[in-house]
Design a protein. Structure first.
Length: 179
């Protein structure tokens, strides 16, 4: 993709995320194009229909969160990387919970995008989990999907009191240590 086309694509994704947050998945596509400072033709060249745009917005958020796991593994000690990624996951779910639910509800749960996002998150969780397990810092019976469930569970429990999330996350992380 040319640099200007890439910028347009990214602007459309960000403006769509904002519009979907404000108005749900039925946000007017013309409004999204206007917010992104592109014509409707540019929007439709990148996203032939609403479903393609919804999937792209969801995928972009998941790609960002998954990429964060690999950044953390490269820069932090294993347990710190795991803790930080869980914190980032909880923060993501807390800040974008309603948008993610709305987008997921609008997507086919068997779609290629949904499957890809689930795989990206599982692989990201494994990227932070396995080094901590190999270092003897985390129980070996913990699986990557457990980390994802843990993060979602804490965020869901703290939906109305997000200030409790760091404390609950600390308690949960202590439970990951070997017995």
């Amino acid at each position: 993709m040319r640099a200007d086309a890439r910028r347009n694509y990214e602007r459309i994704i960000e403006c769509a995320r904002q519009a979907f947050t404000e108005h749900g998945p039925e946000a007017p596509l013309d409004d999204i194009a206007r917010r992104a400072c592109v014509g409707a033709g540019t929007l439709y060249r990148h996203f032939p229909n609403r479903e393609a745009l919804i999937e792209a917005v969801y995928r972009a958020r998941i790609e960002h969160l998954a990429a964060r796991a690999y950044e953390l593994v490269e820069t932090l000690e294993p347990m710190k990387a795991l803790e930080q990624w869980l914190y980032d996951q909880v923060t993501y779910v807390l800040s974008e919970h309603s948008l993610a639910l709305t987008l997921k509800a609008s997507m086919d749960q068997t779609s290629e995008t949904f499957t890809l996002c689930r795989t990206m998150m599982t692989d990201a969780a494994a990227a932070v989990l396995i080094p901590a397990q190999r270092a003897g810092l985390v129980r070996t019976d913990i699986e990557p999907r457990d980390l994802i469930r843990l993060g979602h569970g804490i965020a869901t429990a703290c939906e109305h009191s997000p200030e409790a999330a760091p404390r609950l996350l600390s308690v949960a992380v202590n439970g990951l240590h070997p017995i």
